[in-house]
Structures are given as structure tokens and as C-alpha cells.
Design a binder for this molecule. Structure first.
Ligand code: CTP
Length: 417
């Protein structure tokens, strides 16, 4: 996901058995590039340790309202002021009750009362507690107060009962967090578009993202270092801008972005098939690092090594998805956009790709050893169209996505499409 990368999340961990799932949530948030600070209630520390939360967030854990060292370092007001979003997980019946009544007896509840930031809560409790009229009342009050909820889900619970009350899975909570963060950072992205956040309303956009995996045998494959962050960020921003968005993703560890139809594929051939099935569209953006070759003869049995003998694979060329879309005679999207990953002679090579693949725009980036574009957070691109070229400053991948979506909506308007 990611979507809206590089945000600051303040995580309030309540005391419930579901606290163990929060460790996975922290890992996922960090993978998406977010900065995570955690506050733990005393009860939370009965379930997971401060040490594991500190190791995963990379930050100290806050738990004491009356600690002079904490107040002089980062007091509770700063803790909430510093965050883009406050997430409560697991939101226990006790925490929800305290929030609903504005109690502030410890650091977690004081923070929740003292904040003006959005709060997203993932409730988790025994089903009888969840269905109790007191919890129902508290939930209704909190919803009125503007707290957003994800879950709980119905299912088998740690206490052995079955029903609603189980905390949502980390990836579901992550998607809810991304959706919330994306809303906050929605367009407008430039002064000339102020007030026009849904610049792609009524449009359909297809985006490819991530690497492809080309199998060698049942256990091995050829891959590359693409993380999918840039493609996922573009799909997320396109959806936030009102487009009906289809994301065709190779194998990545990111969550599916909110409000995007995500199709998962492994190989280049599957990616091409999924793209063709998703057409027609107004805009196609090929961000995936598609493997240029696949193994000519994939074996169905694991290849065994023979000591001392060299081994070689015969590779055959994969279809070029971007070129296939760009050169379509029927159902060619009005705008076909590609990326060019180059390690030298960037401008000339990107210009050649623009013509050879019959694109309307190419975003070229330097993937030389020192650039850290692949798998990293930032991207520095050179934008080429058939008419002009411009270079963008180093931006995080979400800002590249936002600029791109604005440029494309302007291009469509310019062409009267
Ligand atoms: N692309 C594609 N299908 C392929 C290869 C590339 O759709 N089989 C798309 C990528 O999504 C990207 C653009 O083509 O938008 C350029 O990818 P890049 O790897 O820079 O170039 P290649 O065409 O693969 O050429 P080379 O690796 O020789 O530079």
C-alpha cells in the first residue's frame, strides 16, 4: 500500500489477547514507510512486552503519564500533535468505555482526550462484552464523536467462543489506516487545482505494479528488487482522485490500496492477460518492473544440482505489456504512460522508449547503484511527453503519484478527451 507513504502513526495498544496481532501491524506500517510511535496501557504489557514493540517501531514506548522524564522529552500533547493519525488496537471494551466518557486516568486515555487528530479504533473483545448494551451505547457515542472503526470480525475467539468481537487482521487494519491517511492527503496537489480534488471522476485507470516472478521449477523463480511502492501509490492516488481504478500487482508485501480493484498475478504473461481483461480505460500506467525474460522450459520437478557441473537456463523474451497497450489499434487508452528505469544515458533512452512503445508519457528514473530508487521511498524523475520534458525534484513516491495524476488529468483536458 503504499499508498500514502511516510506518515506518522501514533499507536495506542490496549490490553487484550489481540495485542499480539499489533506486532505484525507495526511491521506492515513500517514496510509502507510510516513512522510509528506506540503507547501501551498497563494491561497491554501483560500480553506483549515493551521491548518487542520498541524493537519493531524503532522508537521508545510511552506508558507513563506522570513520568517527569517523559514529560520533559515528549509530553502527551506533543505525542498527539506529532501524529497524522491515532490508531487504537486492540480497542478493548474498557478503553472504548473510557473514551466514550472522556476519562483520562492514564497516558493512553489522556492522549485520546487531549487530541484533535482523527482516531481509528480496532475493537477486540469477548462477544458478550461486544453485544452488551453498555458497549453498544459507547460505540454509538464514539461514532457520533467521529471515531472511525475497523472490525471487529465474527469468528472463533481466543476464549473459545464464536461470534463478533475478534480484532480485524493486521492487513485489514492497515488498509483502513491507508484509506484514512489517503483522505487526509487527498488532492488538491497544486494551487491551480485547489478545490478540484476529484480530477479523475468518471475516468477509468489501469496501473501495473511490483515485480513479476518467472518460475524456473516448482521452488525457484527469477525476480527483481521492485517493491511496488510507486505503482501502489499511483493507484491509490488515482482512486482518491475519483477514478475507477484497477491495479494489477505482481508479488509484493504491500496491502491492497483502499478503493482500488486489485488483481494479483505472478508472471509477465499473467500480467498482460489481466491488463487486457481490464481494458478499456482512459489511462494506462505501466509501473511494474516486468521481467524481460522467462525461462523457456519450466520444469515441473525440482532441478537437482550435479556436483561440479555448470548449469544454464535458456530464457525467452516476455511480451512488453506497455508496448502492447501503446500499439493497440482497438481500445487504446487515451493516455499510455510508462516508466523507464535507466542506469545511463537516461534522456536519450527514455525518449527512445517513448517512441518505440508508442507512449504518451515516460517517467524516467535513474536506477544506477547509488540512486536507491528500487525498493526505496524516494523517486527523482524526468518526465517526457511527445511535446516537452521536465525534471521533477526528488519527491517521495506519493508526491510523484500526486503530481502524475494531476499532469494526466490536465493532459486529458488539454486534448479535449
Ligand atoms: N514494461 C512492460 N513489459 C515488459 C517490460 C517493460 O510493460 N516486458 C514496461 C514497464 O512497466 C515500464 C517500461 O516498460 O513502464 C519500461 O521498463 P524498463 O525496464 O525501463 O525497460 P525495458 O523496456 O524492459 O528495457 P530495458 O530493460 O532494456 O531498459
Amino acid at each position: 500500500m503504499t499508498a500514502s507513504s511516510g506518515k506518522r502513526v501514533l499507536l495506542i495498544i490496549g490490553g487484550g489477547i489481540a495485542a499480539y496481532k499489533v506486532l505484525e501491524l507495526i511491521r506492515r506500517l513500517r514496510e509502507c514507510g510510516h513512522f510509528v510511535r506506540a503507547v501501551m496501557t498497563r494491561a497491554a504489557q501483560e500480553f506483549i512486552t515493551k521491548l518487542s514493540v520498541e524493537s519493531l517501531t524503532g522508537n521508545r514506548v510511552y506508558d507513563d503519564l506522570f513520568s517527569p522524564t517523559e514529560e520533559s522529552g515528549m509530553g502527551h500533547i506533543e505525542l498527539s500533535r506529532d501524529a497524522d493519525l491515532i490508531v487504537v488496537a486492540p480497542a478493548t471494551a474498557d478503553l472504548l468505555a473510557k473514551m466514550a466518557h472522556g476519562l483520562a486516568g492514564d497516558l493512553a486515555t489522556t492522549l485520546l482526550l487531549a487530541t484533535d487528530k482523527k482516531i481509528l479504533a480496532a475493537p477486540a473483545m469477548n462477544l458478550r462484552m461486544w453485544l452488551h448494551p453498555a458497549t453498544r451505547r459507547n460505540m454509538a457515542r464514539l461514532q457520533e464523536d467521529g471515531v472511525i472503526f475497523t472490525g471487529p470480525e465474527a469468528g472463533e475467539m481466543a476464549c473459545g467462543e464464536y461470534g463478533p468481537g475478534r480484532m480485524s487482521e493486521p492487513l485489514t487494519i492497515l488498509a483502513a489506516i491507508e484509506a484514512r491517511l489517503a483522505e487526509d492527503t487527498r488532492l488538491p496537489l497544486a494551487p491551480e487545482f485547489a478545490g478540484q480534488s476529484r480530477v479523475l471522476a468518471g475516468r477509468r485507470v489501469i496501473v501495473t505494479s511490483g515485480p513479476t516472478h518467472e518460475p524456473i521449477d516448482p521452488v525457484r523463480y527469477i525476480a527483481n528488487r521492485s517493491s511496488g511502492r510507486q505503482g501502489h501509490a499511483i493507484a491509490s492516488v488515482a482512486a482518491a482522485a475519483g477514478a475507477d481504478t484497477v491495479l494489477i500487482s505482481g508479488p509484493v508485501t504491500l496491502a491492497d490500496p483502499a478503493q482500488v480493484q486489485t488483481r494479483h498475478v505472478e508472471t509477465a504473461c499473467e500480467m498482460l492477460e489481466a491488463v487486457e481483461a481490464a481494458l478499456p480505460a482512459d489511462i494506462f500506467i505501466g509501473v511494474a518492473a516486468v521481467a524481460d525474460w522467462r525461462v523457456a522450459a519450466v520444469t515441473h520437478q525440482k532441478i537437482k544440482k550435479e556436483k561440479g557441473r555448470e548449469f544454464s537456463l535458456t530464457l525467452t523474451e516476455n511480451p512488453d505489456i506497455l508496448a502492447c497497450v501503446g500499439k493497440r489499434l482497438e481500445n487504446r487508452p487515451a493516455l499510455v504512460v510508462g516508466f523507464a528505469a535507466e542506469s545511463e544515458d537516461i534522456l536519450a533512452r527514455a525518449a527512445a522508449k517513448l517512441t518505440q512503445k508508442n507512449c504518451d508519457m515516460i517517467l524516467a528514473n535513474d536506477v544506477g547503484e547509488s540512486s536507491q530508487v528500487f525498493g526505496g521511498q524516494k523517486n527523482e524523475v524526468l518526465v517526457l511527453t511527445r511535446k516537452d520534458q521536465e525534471s521533477w525534484p526528488p519527491l517521495d513516491k506519493e508526491m510523484v503519484a500526486r503530481r502524475l495524476i494531476l499532469r494526466l488529468s490536465a493532459l486529458l483536458a488539454e486534448r479535449g478527451e
